[in-house]
Design a binder for this molecule. Structure first.
Ligand code: PLP
Length: 431
């Protein structure tokens, strides 16, 4: 993969060719595809290569990509068994495999959604349904007006999608009871306020900046005693449960009530592939209920019961192909490989005079130069050099270059090449 990781300025300028009015007449298929190929492809990000470290963007396992092509050709709509028997079967199998891999209770249900943003929303909706039901309040019928108050407790480093779900579900972001975090962004267990049966506590497996994991065992035990609902946002981190070296980080996750995780990050499935897991199947189904005279549920799995949508693509097909291809051994190697490469990145950067600000728990590395200005200028130059791509962030008020190693395709050489680019980028300022 010799191409730029980020498109050239020329490729970006050429996107002007898409600025056309909606055609009056039917087009020519070949010309349409040629336009996409000639002008679209050069303006893509090379995230399927080994040197894209932005956001938490997973690469793509070739078998999964091929499964997606077949799946795209099938073009299944997946609400019900009768609209896609193959999807119903695959979703049932994958649900079982995920429970086994994450060691979750047998009652756990899985919903196959577009990503973790949606999975968190579904998990918290299930929590809201169950808590209100215990309080004799039918949230689906009565809504939030005059409803008793549910408490939301979250760490100060909760991901933005948690806040979005809290807002969408009507809890109000201003009502969140924030818990202090330690130097790695983990909730400090003894800072958690007293919990009760009206509380939803949100934990995280994988801080989006540092990659750190909350202390699930200790915290979930406290929450279970109080009968609070625990949701774990494990967008990319939950997969370390499949690693012999790192699984201690997810110890205790089975004591939570719901979980959100992506296939399209650590597992390297194609986009869009998120999963909501919920120990309380009935709460998930009741929260996401939809009816219609034409919607006839059957004895086999009807996937729409576990998601907010009715029409939906058969995203579990690629997830199944990825899990079947990797197996437990492959997941172990994939997760450990991401960790090894992140560790190598941190070591080589440190040797070259950069500061690594986090403990490399998994796949995230936070890097700083001598001061904020130098960090920001170095990052700008890294992005302009296009040998690799990283984004910026802020870590406890300090500007950082944020690295997420998230592709199976990243090799040790890719890391060394990227570190050289970091050094070159910093030298460009000093000249
Ligand atoms: C911890 C965490 N939660 C939630 C999300 C949102 O996931 P998605 O982009 O799949 O909706 C991310 C994305 O990086 C994340 O890292």
């Amino acid at each position: 993969m010799g191409r730029n990781v980020f498109p050239t300025n020329e490729a970006l300028d050429n996107l002007k060719v898409f600025e056309e009015v909606l055609p009056d007449n039917m087009g020519n298929s070949t010309k349409i595809l040629e336009q996409l190929y000639n002008y679209g492809s050069p303006a893509t990000i090379s995230q399927i290569g080994g040197r894209y470290f932005g956001l938490v963007n997973g690469g793509i396992i070739p078998t999964a990509l091929a499964a997606k092509w077949l799946n795209d050709f099938w073009d299944q709509n997946t609400p019900l068994y009768v609209t896609s028997p193959i999807t119903s079967k695959i979703e049932t199998i994958v649900e079982g495999w995920l429970k086994e891999l994450f060691h979750l209770p047998v009652s756990t249900a899985a919903g196959f959604v577009s990503g973790t943003s949606s999975a968190i929303l579904c998990g918290l909706a299930a929590a809201r349904f169950r808590i209100y039901q215990r309080l004799n309040w039918d949230i689906n019928a009565k809504g939030l007006i005059n409803a008793p108050r549910i408490r939301i407790v979250a760490g100060k480093h909760a991901h933005g999608t948690v806040l979005k779900a809290v807002a969408l579900l009507g809890f109000g972001k201003d009502n969140i009871e924030w818990v202090d975090v330690d130097s790695q962004g983990r909730i400090i267990p003894d800072q958690i306020p007293d919990l009760d049966e009206k509380t939803i506590l949100i934990l995280q497996a994988g801080n989006v900046n540092s990659g750190s994991f909350d202390y699930f065992n200790e915290i979930c035990e406290k929450a279970n005693k109080a009968n609070a609902w625990v949701h774990i946002d494990g967008a990319f981190g939950l997969w370390v449960a499949g690693s012999d070296k790192l699984k201690h980080l997810t110890s205790g996750i089975e004591k939570a009530n719901s979980w959100s995780v992506d296939g399209h990050k650590t597992l390297n499935t194609p986009y869009d592939c998120g999963i909501v897991l919920c120990k309380d199947r009935d709460a998930l189904v009741s929260a996401l209920q939809a009816t219609g005279a034409y919607i006839v549920y059957g004895e086999n799995r009807d996937g729409m019961l576990y998601t907010a949508e009715i029409s939906r693509r058969a995203r579990a097909i690629e997830l199944w192909a990825t899990l079947k291809y990797l197996g437990k051994q492959g997941i172990n190697e994939l997760v450990n490989g991401l960790h090894d490469r992140a560790y190598q990145f941190a070591e080589e950067l440190t040797k070259n005079g950069f500061k690594v600000l986090n403990e490399v728990a998994f796949n995230q590395v936070l890097v700083a130069c001598e001061n904020d200005e130098e960090t920001e200028n170095t990052l700008k130059n890294i992005q302009e050099l296009r040998d690799c791509w990283c984004g910026g962030s802020t870590w406890f008020d300090q500007k950082v270059i944020r690295i997420s190693v998230c592709s199976w395709a990243t090799t040790a050489d890719d890391i060394t090449t990227s570190v050289k680019s970091f050094v070159k980028a910093r030298n460009m300022i000093q000249k």
